[in-house]
Write a protein that binds this ligand. Structure first.
Ligand code: C2E
Ligand code: MG
Ligand code: MG
Length: 710
């Protein structure tokens, strides 16, 4: 009896129905025998179900396989314990077929999952069990094949990886005879599988031609089991390509080498994109010339060679003359095209071994490697000056540019990169000062001048806090009445070493060093305070203050002016600000807004140095300006014998213009009675200049204004 035998084996009633004798006994006996046999093999899970799918038998192996103890399984619907995961219809059809046919089912692999979430593959066979000629139960034997399935899957994946890899893969036997290559092998190497399978790997060396290296690589594989590195491989058609080769020894369980595997990857694309990235990092995007990084690299190599060979090397530092003007007037696009053309011309002026680099902006540095004498550098520089001076046609413009070149020579002017570059730069600076479009060799004296300039700037920086600035006031006199009505504040610097310095000596340096803002601010405050004092002393004179470009462009100029008025208690109409036309033009549309805002405060505005710039008379009437100040160079042209006729005409024209625009007009730099006479005749309102003092016009006033003694 199945049940009894079962009881004997497990000591637990695993069968619900106790089968009795009668027809079908034969089949039961058969099953009983099988069950008895497999019960002894704990690998096989045995279970049975009745027609309604209820579990009637559940052995130990079933409990272990499905993780469900017999007590829980018996009497339950099998479907509630274990279900097929996928192919459910086939599974149910297989069971139904046994009930229907009364025949054992062929074996099947099913992927099952238990209610508890366990997943496994089983190999399952079903047998019908009859009693009294009636099919009563189905017995099922399930064998766990999960591990095998996993292995199959892994093998399948491995095969897929092998075939779909874009790298060439070769498998050899322990004697390095090729057993297998993948599909990519042909596309990478150009050899068909048939051409290599069965051959020795040694015949295809994957670019490792050097015998010693080849031996060394195999020795390393013998020791470490692995080697990888970059090689220059060769395709069947002879084409060489950079490749990454990796060779591995595969061992069997016993530790003996069973195979060798080689993987060859074509890294041409990678190399190309690497090279592209490096090119971008080392070249200027606009001109494609080497940038400062690459220049330093090449300089360092060239210097090493020059030191070894006791040869000379030249550095040419170039800066285009007035390039900024091109950019400002014709736009950046034209500026860029000009730089590209200059770059191309520079390259044509040197040899292949030399390096032309762009440092940024309009600065280029050329390294002439290995020259025989400084003359050679001068010769190249000369031809560069000529090449650059040829007009550049950038439709519709025909541009004329020039460049200034400074030259330093190794070993005379320095032995390291920085010194040589710095000295070439210093020499370039001198070339600019000597009238541009020229070349200049470095000399040690140049450094002295440069450092003098640097210390001058340093002193200027400290001049404010050391209170070394003073203001001199020059009176403005009403021509009709001869009465002073205002005074212009003119800055001077009491230099501790150099004595009293006029603005032309230091204003440029102050502007270059960003010092004009604080200095201009100081002038404004002092001038307002002075005017307030004059007022108290009974002279309500207007004080005129010159504004620097930096001040005019400053956003909070209006606030600064207002603060100076408030702090001094000066009424706004007693302050006059002087601007030049060039400054107003440079600011463009923004200038008008600033001028209006200043006028809104109640201060007066004057255009200084009028008649020197390229006046846009059309715009003049739009500006909220009160006064034009005729430049002293025009006034100086008024001479008794009438030599300066054209300029004199300009003076009278300006006076007439000011009348039309209902502006006041003042002439500056009046030194002679003739000049004053001329101005009076032409209806000029005011004048200022040395003549006033000489003519005694300022009696009493000088003391008030506080003359500055040299
Ligand atoms: P500017 O505003 O046109 O000043 C007039 C210049 O002519 C002054 O030169 C003045 O000393 C000079 N001058 C006056 N009368 C005569 C004369 O009869 N004959 C001759 N030959 N020259 C005369 P200075 O003081 O050297 O100033 C030069 C320039 O420096 C000024 O030209 C002005 O643009 C600038 N500047 C002076 N002070 C300041 C300042 O405080 N701030 C700013 N931003 N610029 C200033
Ligand atoms: Mg002035
Ligand atoms: Mg002036």
């Amino acid at each position: 009896m199945v049940g009894e035998q079962n009881d004997n084996i497990d000591g637990a009633p695993l069968l619900r129905d106790q089968p009795s004798g009668g027809p079908g006994q034969q089949a039961i006996d058969f099953v009983s025998r099988i069950v008895a046999a497999i019960e002894l093999t704990p690998m096989v899970a045995v279970l049975s179900i009745d027609r309604s799918g209820v579990v009637c038998y559940w052995n130990q192996a079933s409990a272990a396989l499905y993780g469900i103890p017999a007590e829980q399984a018996l009497g339950c619907q099998l479907e509630q314990l274990v279900q097929p995961d996928g192919r459910a219809d086939d599974y149910h059809a297989a069971i139904a077929a046994v009930w229907h046919s009364g025949q054992p089912s062929p074996a099947h692999d099913w992927h099952m999952q238990t209610t508890a979430g366990r997943q496994l593959w089983i190999y399952s066979t079903m047998f019908p069990v009859f009693r009294d000629g009636q099919l009563q139960q189905i017995f099922r034997m399930d064998v766990d094949i999960t591990a095998r399935k996993r292995q199959e899957r892994t093998l399948h994946l491995a095969a897929q990886v092998f075939e779909s890899s874009r790298d060439a893969i070769v498998l050899t036997d322990p004697q390095q005879t090729v057993l297998l290559v993948n599909q990519a092998y042909s596309s990478v190497t150009g050899y068909a599988a048939a051409e290599i399978v069965g051959q020795s790997l040694a015949l295809h060396r994957s670019g490792i031609e050097d015998e010693a290296r080849y031996q060394q690589i195999w020795a390393e594989i013998g020791q470490a089991g692995h080697w990888q590195g970059e090689v220059w491989a060769q395709r069947k058609d002879g084409q060489r390509y950079p490749a990454w080769l990796s060779l591995t020894a595969l061992r069997d369980r016993a530790g003996h080498i069973s195979n060798y595997m080689g993987i060859l990857s074509d890294i041409s694309d990678l190399k190309q994109s690497e090279a592209h990235t490096r090119h971008l990092a080392e070249h200027d995007f606009l001109t494609d010339l080497p940038n400062r990084v690459l220049l330093r690299d090449r300089l360092s190599l060239a210097l090493t060679a020059a030191r070894r060979n006791h040869s000379m090397l030249a550095i040419l530092f170039l800066d285009l003359d007035r390039f900024k003007q091109v950019n400002d007037t014709l736009g950046h696009h034209t500026g860029d095209l000009l730089l590209q053309e200059v770059a191309a011309r520079l390259v044509r002026c040197v040899r292949g071994a030399d390096t032309v680099s762009r440092q940024g902006g309009d600065e280029f540095v050329i390294m002439l490697a290995d020259i025989s004498a400084p003359d050679q550098a001068a010769h190249v520089a000369d031809s560069i000056l000529q090449a650059i001076a040829q007009p550049v046609l950038l439709e519709p413009h025909r541009l004329s540019v020039s460049t200034s070149i400074g030259i330093s020579i190794y070993p005379d002017d320095g032995s390291d990169i920085d010194t040589l570059l710095k000295n070439a730069d210093v020499a370039m600076y001198h070339a600019k000062e000597n009238g541009r479009n020229s070349l200049q060799f470095f000399s040690p004296q140049m450094n002295a001048l440069i450092s003098e300039r640097a210390s001058f700037a340093q002193e200027l920086r400290r001049a404010l806090e050391r209170q070394e600035f003073v203001l001199e006031y020059q009176a403005e006199i009403d021509i009709a009445s001869g009465q002073p009505c205002g005074a212009e504040a003119l800055i001077r610097w009491r230099h501790p070493r150099l004595g009293l310095l006029l603005p032309e000596r230091f204003i440029g340096v102050a502007e270059d060093n960003g010092l004009m803002l604080p200095i201009g601010h100081w002038v404004l405050q002092q001038a307002c305070l002075a005017a307030r004092r004059w007022q108290t002393a009974g002279y309500p004179l207007v004080v005129a203050v010159n504004l620097s470009p930096a001040q005019f462009m400053q956003k909070d100029l209006v606030d600064t002016v207002q603060a100076a008025l408030q702090q001094s208690g000066l009424a706004a109409p007693l302050l006059e600000l002087e601007l030049t036309e060039a400054l107003i033009m440079k600011q463009g549309g923004a200038a008008l807004a600033t001028l209006k805002a200043l006028r809104g405060l109640g201060v007066r505005l004057t255009i200084d140095d009028f008649g020197t710039g390229y006046s846009r008379l059309g715009h003049l009437q739009d500006y909220p300006v009160d006064k034009l100040k005729i430049d002293r160079s025009l006034v100086a042209a008024i001479v008794a014998n009438g030599d300066g006729a054209p300029r004199t005409a300009a003076v009278s024209a300006i006076i007439a213009l000011a009348r039309t625009l209902q502006m006041k007009v003042v002439a500056e730099g009046v030194e002679t009675p003739d000049q004053l006479q001329f101005l009076r005749q032409h209806g000029c309102d005011l004048y200022q200049g040395n003549y006033a003092r000489r003519a005694g016009q300022l009696d009493g006033l000088s003391a008030v204004l506080g003359a500055v003694e040299p």
